[in-house]
Design a protein around this ligand. Structure first.
Ligand code: SAH
Length: 215
């Protein structure tokens, strides 16, 4: 029997997001409309709306829905921004950001996943505003900077300097920072030349690789 994806999405949004405090209507709407089941491997489809990360191949995961929503909400997007998404993975998070911003540059270090993200976005017709690039996102992507929003889906030992440089003013950056097992999700807000930082929550992401990552 084919699951009723719309009801699964609705339940996920209600139980995992709204009840945990996600309130931005644009974020809730994006999570309610984007077919997450199209971004997970075929054999894991029935698990698409579970409250946990899922394996997507190459030792990587698609983040827990709550984490994707929280990170998107923290960026406070209004639809006019250019956003950098580091760690395309399945392309799901990029699709969510694509519904919230004007343009998304999504960068992925594993060629097979960059290809997969691109294919998932094309198949769902959600890739219109999204450019997937294969490269080391720990160095950002200077060509399209500055970014009003930067979202990093892999854990860094420290906030990469290049990302702070490429963050616009005003601009908001979300990134998990810590060791390989425990991290804090940090929100960095740049405004009128001043950078402020706070911890949004505690989390566990796959490691950021590349020059400013764990290599
Ligand atoms: N946002 C993804 C989650 C991907 S998990 C989704 O919605 O499915 C994190 C991803 O970051 C992995 O695919 C991993 O390969 C990628 N990654 C790790 N280090 C990176 C780097 N330096 N540059 C770009 N991508 C990186």
């Amino acid at each position: 029997m084919i699951p009723d994806w719309r009801s699964e999405r609705w339940r996920m949004v209600d139980r995992q997001l709204r009840k945990r405090g996600i309130h931005d209507p644009r974020v809730l709407d994006a999570m309610l409309t984007i077919p997450r089941e199209e971004f997970v491997p075929h054999e894991a489809r029935v698990c698409s709306y579970q409250d946990e990360p899922l394996q997507i191949g190459f030792g990587q995961t698609i983040s827990q829905p709550y984490m994707t929503a929280l990170m998107a909400e923290l960026l406070e997007l209004n639809g006019t921004e250019t956003v950098l998404d580091v760690g395309s993975g399945s392309g799901y998070h990029a699709a969510v950001l694509g519904q919230l911003a004007a343009r998304v540059i999504s960068i992925e270090i594993i060629p097979g996943l960059a290809h997969q993200a691109e294919q998932n976005l094309a198949r769902t017709s959600l890739g219109g505003k999204i450019t997937v690039i294969c490269g080391d996102g720990s160095q950002g992507w200077p060509d399209a900077a500055p970014y009003a929003g930067i979202s990093v889906a892999a854990a860094a030992p420290e906030i990469p300097e290049a990302l702070l440089t490429q963050l616009g003013d005003p601009g908001r950056l979300v990134i998990p920072v810590g060791d390989l097992w425990d991290q804090e999700l940090r929100l960095v807000v740049k405004s009128e030349g001043i950078i402020r930082e706070r911890i949004a929550t505690f989390c566990r992401f796959v490691p950021l690789r590349g020059g400013a990552g764990w290599r």
